[in-house]
Design a protein around this ligand. Structure first.
Ligand code: 5GP
Length: 128
């Protein structure tokens, strides 16, 4: 286990494969530090994923281990993606799921950018 309590980084995860170009994506933006692409199963009219290029499972991993350049580049891309999608005036949400209770399906740290409709409450009710 890593110091975050999450499993070690899995190079076979789907975002690692997208970053290596093994699986296509609908790219929105890319630079040395991060890649942004449309979610394959959008939950809002705008649903973009922003992933750092490093091998980070969680925000704790990323914050502790990524260089200042990678962290700065990543967050700059999150802001630019929201702005370039035209969401500044209407508003939007960023969200990051971590671990089992956070509902993280892909174990490569990423941020979702949602917008284009009223997004409702912050956290859905628990499943019955
Ligand atoms: P998580 O639950 O880990 O925060 O979110 C993972 C997200 O990745 C989900 O919203 C899911 O729809 C998206 N996703 C899973 N596989 C693929 C894929 O192959 N391509 C793209 N573009 N998105 C994917």
């Amino acid at each position: 286990m890593s110091t975050t309590g999450l499993p070690p980084y899995d190079d076979a995860n789907i975002f690692a494969r997208i970053l290596r170009g093994e699986i296509p994506c609908k790219r929105v933006a890319e630079d040395d530090h991060a890649l942004a692409f449309h979610d394959i199963n959008p939950q809002a009219p705008v649903h973009i994923l922003v992933v750092p290029k490093g091998r980070w499972v969680s925000l704790a991993d990323f914050a502790a281990g990524a260089s200042d350049a990678e962290q700065g580049g990543f967050w700059r891309m999150v802001g630019a993606v929201a702005r370039d999608a035209g969401l500044e005036a209407s508003g939007y949400r960023i969200l990051s799921n971590m671990g089992a209770e956070g509902g993280q399906e892909v174990p490569h740290f990423h941020v979702h950018v949602f917008g284009g409709r009223r997004l409702g409450r912050m956290v859905a009710a628990p499943a019955p």
